[in-house]
Design a protein around this ligand. Structure first.
Ligand SMILES: Cc1cc2nc3c(=O)[nH]c(=O)nc-3n(C[C@H](O)[C@H](O)[C@H](O)COP(=O)(O)O)c2cc1C
Ligand code: SF4
Length: 422
């Protein structure tokens, strides 16, 4: 197993405490940032490292920071800790087991963009995480790493923990901002992008927990060290969340570009019960499903997964064995998206509902001729036609399940039952 960075200490007792973090060179990176880096130079360093957002889209972190206007104040940073994508459970581990690395990442990002007020928007169900985070923030204030004149400099920074109320859509960045503002978490049309007009209509940086947790290591070890892992366009370590039909589900921190089958077999302990692999979803539930044959040739970096027709997304690798009925699996996914649609846009509100209804009847032996075409038509009317991409996130699984496993959908309609008999 390659040496771990982000998860190196998460299994050590008391890893969440300030004392432990300080014993691991904690807060040296943020001190270094504030004392020896001009903000612009720091942005260049992060750009140069090639760090890409770990929340799903994989956008260059340094580039995102550079879009923020220099002359408008106040500006805000929001750490996205909503983590509601099915198959994704990495941010929770960082928050509960190594929260100071996230706080330190926030300090570094805020110095780079000259932000004095940050929020951590944490998923409502993460009660323990919220408590641990608040405790870690309190410890950082006591040490003078947060608050006024941090590290004895002229720089001030406050962090506020904001708990969500259990809505997946509040992980979408504009829905999240609306929720912090005190409204129902409705996404907004972009542009304007949050970097220009975000929280309270001010410039706002939104970064995922894992993205921010990488920053102290980049500062301590340098951009070249970061680039020595992964591929040229997808550098650095990535936490893969392996779930489903493997012997050892869990979190595996590996360089981007690690082969999918190596993750499943060498780290995940192989497909369970000596069964055959049928399919994988490589990047959380929104990512198109791939067949076993595609998985066998797949490297887990942004470019390679996109070239295979899917997305690396959050790194949530969902493994399905030969006993999975693909109609049932898709029905399960679509029920989630139907439930979580915020309802603002007609194609999403109705589209997810219709998909849910059609898959329900198909799954229960009442599918009709033409249902496959009807679902594909609904997906066409959802993709790219709504305020946010939740509609696309629901349509992409449908299109890919039908494309790769169409015979199972046809069999369900014709024979009123599953092809899978095990
Ligand atoms: C429906 C939906 C849900 C999302 N949920 C999350 C989430 O839980 N956590 C997250 O970091 N990003 C989530 N995102 C992506 C965010 O909108 C945003 O791109 C991300 O937080 C940016 O951080 P990054 O650049 O560090 O990846 C979601 C996007 C969509 C469309
Ligand atoms: S696409 Fe769906 S979730 Fe996104 S804003 Fe429209 S209705 Fe809401």
């Amino acid at each position: 197993m390659p040496e771990k960075t982000l998860l190196k200490h998460t299994d050590t007792p008391n890893s969440e405490t300030m004392d432990f973090y300080l014993s691991q060179k904690g807060y040296e990176a943020s001190r270094k940032a504030l004392t020896s880096y001009e903000p612009a130079k720091l942005i260049d360093e992060v750009k140069g490292s090639g760090l890409r957002g770990r929340g799903g889209a994989g956008f260059s972190t340094g580039m995102k920071w550079s879009f923020v206007p220099k002359d408008i104040f106040p500006k805000y940073l929001v750490c996205n800790a909503d983590e509601s994508e099915p198959g994704t459970f990495k941010d929770r581990a960082l928050i509960e087991r190594y929260p100071h690395s996230v706080i330190e990442g926030i300090i570094i990002a805020c110095w780079a963009v000259q932000i004095n007020s940050a929020f951590i928007y944490i998923r409502g169900e993460f009660t323990l995480g919220a408590k641990k985070l608040q405790k870690a923030i309190d410890e950082a204030y006591q040490k003078g790493f947060l608050g006024k004149n941090i590290f004895g400099s002229k720089f001030n920074l406050d962090i506020t923990v904001h708990r969500g109320a259990g809505a997946y859509i509040c992980g979408e960045e504009t829905g999240l901002l609306t929720s912090i503002e005190g409204y129902r978490g409705y996404p907004k049309i972009k542009p304007p992008f949050p970097a220009i007009q975000g929280l309270f209509a001010k410039p706002t940086v939104i970064n995922n927990v894992e993205t921010l947790a990488n920053l102290p290591y980049i500062l301590n070890n340098g951009a070249q060290w970061f680039k020595s892992m992964g591929t040229e366009k997808s550098p650095g370590p990535k936490i893969f969340c392996v779930s489903g039909h493997v012997n050892k589900p869990g979190l595996y921190e590996l360089p981007l570009g690690t082969p999918c089958m190596e993750i499943i077999n060498n780290y995940g302990g192989g497909v369970w019960k000596n069964r055959k692999l049928k399919a994988v979803i490589p990047g959380g539930s929104s990512a198109p499903v791939l067949t076993a044959a595609q998985a066998e040739k797949l490297n887990m970096d942004y470019e390679a997964v996109a070239a295979a027709g899917s997305m690396l997304g959050s790194g949530g690798l969902i493994v399905m064995d030969e006993t999975v009925c693909m109609v049932n699996a898709l029905y399960n996914l679509i029920r989630f998206y139907h439930h979580e649609s915020c309802g603002q846009c007609t194609p999403c509100r109705y589209g997810t509902g219709w998909l849910d209804k059609i898959l329900h009847r198909m799954e229960h032996g009442n599918g009709k001729q033409g249902d496959i075409e009807l679902m594909l038509n609904i997906c066409d009317n959802m993709r790219g036609k709504t305020i946010c991409v939740l509609a696309d996130a629901a349509a992409m699984p449908v299109q890919s399940f039908i494309k790769n496993f169409r015979d199972e959908f046809e069999y369900h309609i014709k024979e009123h039952k599953c092809t899978v008999t095990i």
